[in-house]
Design a protein around this ligand. Structure first.
Ligand SMILES: NC(=O)c1ccc[n+]([C@@H]2O[C@H](COP(=O)([O-])OP(=O)(O)OC[C@H]3O[C@@H](n4cnc5c(N)ncnc54)[C@H](OP(=O)(O)O)[C@@H]3O)[C@@H](O)[C@H]2O)c1
Length: 320
């Protein structure tokens, strides 16, 4: 485990170097670990330009006031978009690239634990899979030209590194095999493999995939069982969730600490160009022979082709 005191010391060292004029894009920083990472990063940078992609302009007004206190020189841009759709991601990227000539840091953390089961987006994709994979990779793809303008572009995806071990090749989109464990493994394996593809084509890129561990974040906006679900499930769900949180709290990483750790990973020169996987304590995730074999075999190309086909299908769905 890398002790939090060591992380704070490294962050302080980075802050003292007065890194100026970084452009940072955050997707998922309206809450939780992404917000905590943004707060930590704001204390490390001089005169950054920050793009926050989120759903609610009125909630942003409140959050904006708090963030301004952390760095009075920071320039904030709120990009209102629904990132659970590919069209929404495209719209957000259009807004960002209209004013940002480069992107130095891209931090993605939108998502949730899909305990309520599958939810379909208007584009016909599973929502949690979209937030965790299809949409995040679309951001990376769309922002590629702006990232390539940065001398040291760094991309951080907070999801499930370490679960990225097995790829279900016969049903890549989990059309027929969606379960929570399958979703966790598939979305994270696809994420790491696609990161390898981007790294091979962009030698200056640092791409980091993390497992944040258990972090007690606000549950209010996370999906709940809908009116169409069984009454018993709707009734027991809050009780089970509270019990789950009680158990999790025994091992939970404090939210502020998680933000410091992710800001460290995002900025630290220790982790140069290439693909990195970390656990909640900033230790490298366990090696996976299967993952290494996939990379050697070039499985990332098959994942990429499937990703592009899925985007096209979603965009061709005719709904938004
Ligand atoms: N917390 C943990 O213990 C834990 C453990 C392992 C993995 N993770 C993963 O880490 C990531 C961050 O988790 P977190 O705990 O920080 O989550 P969080 O506090 O719930 O924040 C999630 C972010 O995602 C956005 N989001 C959620 N659903 C959305 C939707 N349908 N459409 C658009 N945006 C949506 C939220 O936007 P709003 O503010 O608009 O709601 C918020 O910005 C997630 O992918 C999660 O699965 C978390």
């Amino acid at each position: 485990m890398v002790a939090i005191a060591a992380i704070r010391a490294q962050n302080a060292k980075f802050a003292a170097q007065k890194h100026a004029n970084k452009v940072c894009v955050f997707v998922g920083a309206t809450n939780g670990i992404g917000e905590s990472t943004l707060k930590a990063l704001l204390t490390l940078l001089s005169s950054p330009t920050i793009y926050v992609v989120g759903r609610s302009a009125s909630r942003w007004e409140v959050q904006h006031q708090q963030l301004r206190q952390l760095n009075s020189q920071a320039k904030f841009n709120f990009v209102q978009a629904e990132v659970a759709t590919i069209r929404g991601v495209d719209e957000a990227c259009k807004q960002i690239t209209a004013s940002a000539s480069k992107v130095d840091y891209l931090c993605m953390s939108a998502g949730y634990f899909p305990i309520v089961g599958q939810i379909k987006t208007p584009e016909g994709l599973e929502q949690c899979f979209t937030l965790s994979y299809w949409s995040r990779i679309r951001f990376l793809h769309n922002l590629l030209p702006a990232l390539q303008q940065s001398p040291r572009p760094r991309i951080l995806s907070i999801l499930a590194a370490g679960h990225d071990t097995i790829l279900r090749e016969d049903d890549m989109g989990l059309e027929h095999n969606w379960t929570i464990p399958n979703f966790a493994k598939q979305s994270s394996t696809m994420k790491t493999l696609t990161f390898h593809r981007f790294a091979a084509q962009n030698p200056a890129f640092t791409l980091i995939h993390t497992w944040p561990g258990f972090v007690l974040t606000d549950v209010e906006r996370k999906p709940k069982p809908g009116a169409e679900t069984n009454f018993l499930w709707r009734w027991t769900f809050p009780v089970l969730r509270s019990l789950g949180r009680m158990v999790m709290s025994l091992r939970a990483i404090p939210l502020e600490e998680s933000g410091q750790r992710h800001a460290f990973l995002l900025t630290s020169e220790e982790f140069g160009p290439g693909v990195w996987r970390f656990n909640e304590y900033c230790e490298p995730s366990p090696r996976s022979e299967a993952l290494e074999k996939y990379v050697k075999e070039g499985k990332q190309d098959a994942v990429w082709d499937f990703t592009v086909a899925t985007w096209e299908k979603a965009l061709g769905s005719g709904k938004s």
